[in-house]
Design a protein around this ligand. Structure first.
Ligand SMILES: NC(=O)c1ccc[n+]([C@@H]2O[C@H](COP(=O)([O-])OP(=O)(O)OC[C@H]3O[C@@H](n4cnc5c(N)ncnc54)[C@H](OP(=O)(O)O)[C@@H]3O)[C@@H](O)[C@H]2O)c1
Length: 201
């Protein structure tokens, strides 16, 4: 398969890319550090990316940013950034990219377990993640040409906790999470929210 990975340089995107490359041709895209550059908050940038890559069999998004901040201090801009990036950035990959995906191909997006297991400070993140999961479940009913769409909902990643100087024991190694993305690409599942949390190890 020809697989476009957006967010290929990230904590999760790096092992996803390596694992996919074992069996597939991978086109690596991200904001600044990949051969293909894209800004998912910019519709024109997304259109240019799909214009460059031509037809692909799968699109994997391991990008998406939302703002962590307590509810009382979240600004309009914090909400706006979270919606433009994590939510609409990935929704627009589907809306603007669906014509570039071959029949029977797939989209795999990234939400996060905070959609259903909230924590203080995660209001904007939970909101964006829950909306994205709703989008995926519904969009799966309307995808043309047997194109599938799924979303992976990771819990905390071990490497991310380490980078934040937090206890990594509650985190899932990024390598393990990457396997779920590859499963979504290679299997026939559709409209699924795939949780990957430490307790499932
Ligand atoms: N890490 C966690 O603990 C965790 C837990 C749950 C859910 N998630 C979700 O999983 C996804 C990946 O997380 P991560 O921790 O791997 O992220 P990360 O390490 O911060 O990497 C982010 C990736 O996205 C790219 N990127 C950033 N802004 C972009 C933009 N505007 N347009 C296109 N690409 C952009 C970066 O590209 P450059 O390197 O080129 O700048 C990089 O490849 C996100 O949706 C995140 O919310 C992560």
């Amino acid at each position: 398969m020809k697989v476009l990975v957006i967010g290929a340089t990230g904590t999760i995107g790096t092992p996803v890319t390596h694992l996919l490359e074992e069996k597939h041709e991978v086109l690596r895209a991200s904001n600044s550090r990949s051969p293909l550059k894209v800004d998912i908050t910019d519709a024109d940038s997304i259109k240019q990316l799909f214009g460059k890559v031509g037809k692909v069999d799968a699109v994997v998004s391991v990008a998406g940013h939302a703002t962590f901040r307590p509810l009382a201090s979240l600004t309009d801009e914090d909400f706006s950034v979270s919606l433009r990036n994590k939510l609409m950035g990935q929704v627009n990959l589907v809306r603007l990219g669906v014509g570039s995906v071959s029949s029977g191909g797939s989209f795999t997006l990234s939400s996060g377990i905070l959609s259903r297991a909230p924590m203080p400070g995660g209001v904007a993140v939970s909101m964006a993640n829950a909306a994205l999961e709703g989008f995926v479940r519904a969009a799966a009913l309307e995808m043309p040409r047997n194109i599938r769409i799924n979303v992976v909902a990771p819990g905390w990643i071990r490497e991310t906790l380490l980078a934040m100087n937090l206890d990594p024991s509650a985190g899932t190694p990024a390598d393990l999470v990457a396997q779920t993305y590859v499963y979504a690409v290679e299997s026939l599942i559709n409209g699924q929210v795939l949780d990957v949390v430490a307790t499932t190890r």
